[in-house]
Design a binder for this molecule. Structure first.
Ligand code: GDP
Ligand code: ZN
Length: 295
């Protein structure tokens, strides 16, 4: 009987998958019949020689982040993430629609969400401040930081220990600056993964899992920073606005789409001030962006 070793998928390389076992990184191939293996997966592998192995089994995932691929397909991009930190900043702009999109996804896939408001060295408009207060009232943790002015970084670094995290957010908000501040020797680590798995060239767009110096893991994935609505249905989108949840199922029609429908509990809640018009409007906008309606 083959002896199976447990490992952690740390990167996809040109010619295989880099899997860490103990303090070694091994280049692996996968069995065709297996589902897509992604960064963050815990796997069982058999060793072919000291440097190469074959992934035989993917261990159960507690979460999987997906993104749409060609057509109606969705495919996994990372597994076992505990928290997605949604990074945003007044420069280039606070894109609350994108933030709500990320929050709707995490709410539906067993991933925690936290907000990282970067560039607090820049002036903060009152309207932005109000949105921040509102997110906090919805129990989303908010970290106010400035990588440039080195403010709020200790608290953020603290919460990154003992869990697997991912930074998401539009381009220009400071994700790479944050990652570099937290992982100063990032490029060294990339080279060491490529070197130990000699046959696998690392590409800059590959999602990679890094161990943080103080504990905890960070999945850095330039390519998956924006993952659309990740295959959510309309019903899941509504659920993804967590303050809507007490009202879902209270509408007159059980296939209510919460738009112009008669006696919609969500719309009543907006009128009564239990849901802000801003969040409701953004829900409507995201709903319109959905490729087709599959309720
Ligand atoms: P990414 O596209 O999200 O990875 O963003 P980058 O890390 O490349 O940063 C985009 C720009 O924002 C760069 O010019 C950074 O120097 C700048 N930047 C990053 N953090 C801060 C900050 O705390 N304050 C200010 N004012 N600028 C920052
Ligand atoms: Zn409704």
């Amino acid at each position: 009987m083959t002896v199976l070793t447990e490992g952690l998928v740390v990167s996809h390389l040109g010619k295989g998958i880099a899997v860490e076992t103990g303090d070694q990184v091994i280049l692996c191939q996968t069995l065709r019949k297996l589902d897509t293996v992604v960064v963050g997966d815990r796997v069982l592998l058999s060793l072919i020689n000291a440097e190469q192995g074959r992934i035989e089994q993917i261990l159960p995932r507690h979460s999987v982040l997906q993104r749409p691929s060609r057509g109606e397909q969705i495919r996994p991009v990372a597994a076992n993430i505990h928290t997605i930190f949604v990074v945003f900043a007044t420069e280039p702009s606070c894109d609350f629609l994108l933030i709500d999109q990320y929050l709707a996804i995490t709410e539906n896939c067993n991933i925690q969400a936290a907000l990282v408001f970067n560039k607090i060295d820049l002036p903060i408009p009152e309207a932005v401040e109000q949105e921040l207060v509102h997110y906090q009232s919805l129990n989303y943790p908010l970290y106010r930081v400035s990588v440039r002015a080195q403010q709020g970084m200790t608290e953020l670094q603290q919460v990154l220990t003992n869990q697997t995290s991912l930074f998401a957010g539009q381009s220009g908000v400071g994700k790479s600056s944050l990652t570099n501040a937290i992982l100063p020797d990032k490029s060294l680590r990339i080279n060491s993964v490529s070197a130990t798995t000699r046959h696998g060239r690392h590409t800059t767009t590959a999602a990679t899992l890094y161990h943080l110096p103080e504990g905890g893991d960070l999945i850095d994935s330039p390519g998956v920073a924006i993952f659309g609505l990740a295959g959510l249905t309309e019903a899941q989108l509504a659920w993804g606005f967590r303050e809507f949840q007490p009202f879902i199922g209270q509408c007159r029609f059980n296939d209510c789409r919460h738009v112009n429908d008669k006696d919609c509990a969500i719309r009543h809640a907006v009128e009564n001030g239990q849901i802000t018009p801003q969040r409701y409007q953004r829900f409507l906008k995201l709903r319109e962006k959905m490729p087709v309606s599959h309720y």
